[in-house]
Design a protein. Structure first.
Length: 258
């Protein structure tokens, strides 16, 4: 009987030692990863955080977790802890798993309408982009972007112009030897939310196609592949520009520092 008790005690001791060894190895691995770099703590979404969730609730429910990361990979506006000032603020849009929580993503409850947080005097405009035009997925809720447009020259007047690939699988093409010009439409625009486009919303045409561009088949399963919907907060005059750009232009985004 004593022998059995001794064996059980040794087994428990070995289990404890094994767990301790694993934790020590993980700690050393993290230390090696940030060795030679300054470390910074930031809050990262562990699961999808719905729009309108308070920072206090997200932390209490385990949706947010503080992680130690290399300082040069943490933006200046990253939320490092839920302070009393931030606790009552809510997310302006859904925060994806693994995404850093940024300060512009937190707004007052009164600013959230229908799941979208609108600054006073602004309107929300949604545009569809192929992945390269949306900075290859680098644009997120809270990002600040610059919006460009490319338009054709003489070829457009003669029935040529610019066309966009209907299924986001190829590059834009210039027809008829016209001269294409790119200009800045809006220099600084706040992104409210980013999400994938469904096949039904992207089926007919490309995310940004000029007049005369060919249409994709609505039954083509690749027509929404790599397409994202980006919602911006802009003033009424800028909204008119973006709507026209969606219909007649080739919009392109550039990601700016906050």
């Amino acid at each position: 009987m004593k022998r059995r008790v001794l064996i059980a005690a040794l087994a428990m001791l070995l289990a404890v030692l094994g767990a301790g060894a694993v934790l020590a190895y993980v700690h050393q691995a993290v230390a090696r990863a940030v060795d030679g770099q300054k470390a910074a703590t930031a809050l990262v979404a562990q699961q999808a955080i719905p729009s309108g969730t308070s920072a206090r609730a997200a932390l209490a429910d385990g949706l947010l977790h503080a992680e130690t990361l290399p300082a040069d990979s943490v933006p200046a506006n990253a939320v490092r802890s839920v302070t009393p000032v931030l606790a009552g603020l809510v997310t302006s849009a859904q925060v994806a798993p693994g995404q850093l929580l940024l300060r512009p993503m937190l707004v007052t409850t009164a600013q959230v309408t229908g799941g979208v947080a609108l600054p006073r005097g602004m309107v929300a405009i949604t545009m569809a982009f192929c992945m390269p035009e949306a900075v290859a997925g680098g644009v997120h809720a809270g990002s600040t972007v610059e919006i460009f447009d490319t338009a054709g020259g003489h070829a457009a007047a003669s029935g040529g112009g610019l066309t966009a690939s209907p299924d986001c699988s190829g590059s834009h093409q210039e027809q008829g030897g016209g001269i294409a010009r790119t200009r800045v439409v809006l220099p600084r625009v706040q992104v409210l939310s980013v999400g994938p486009a469904s096949a039904s919303s992207a089926g007919g045409t490309s995310p940004a196609s000029t007049t005369g561009a060919s249409s994709a088949s609505a039954s083509d399963p690749t027509s929404s592949e790599g397409t994202v919907l980006v919602t911006f907060a802009v003033g009424p005059a800028a909204a008119q520009q973006l709507i026209q750009l969606t219909v007649t232009g080739l919009p392109y985004l550039a990601l700016l520092q906050p």
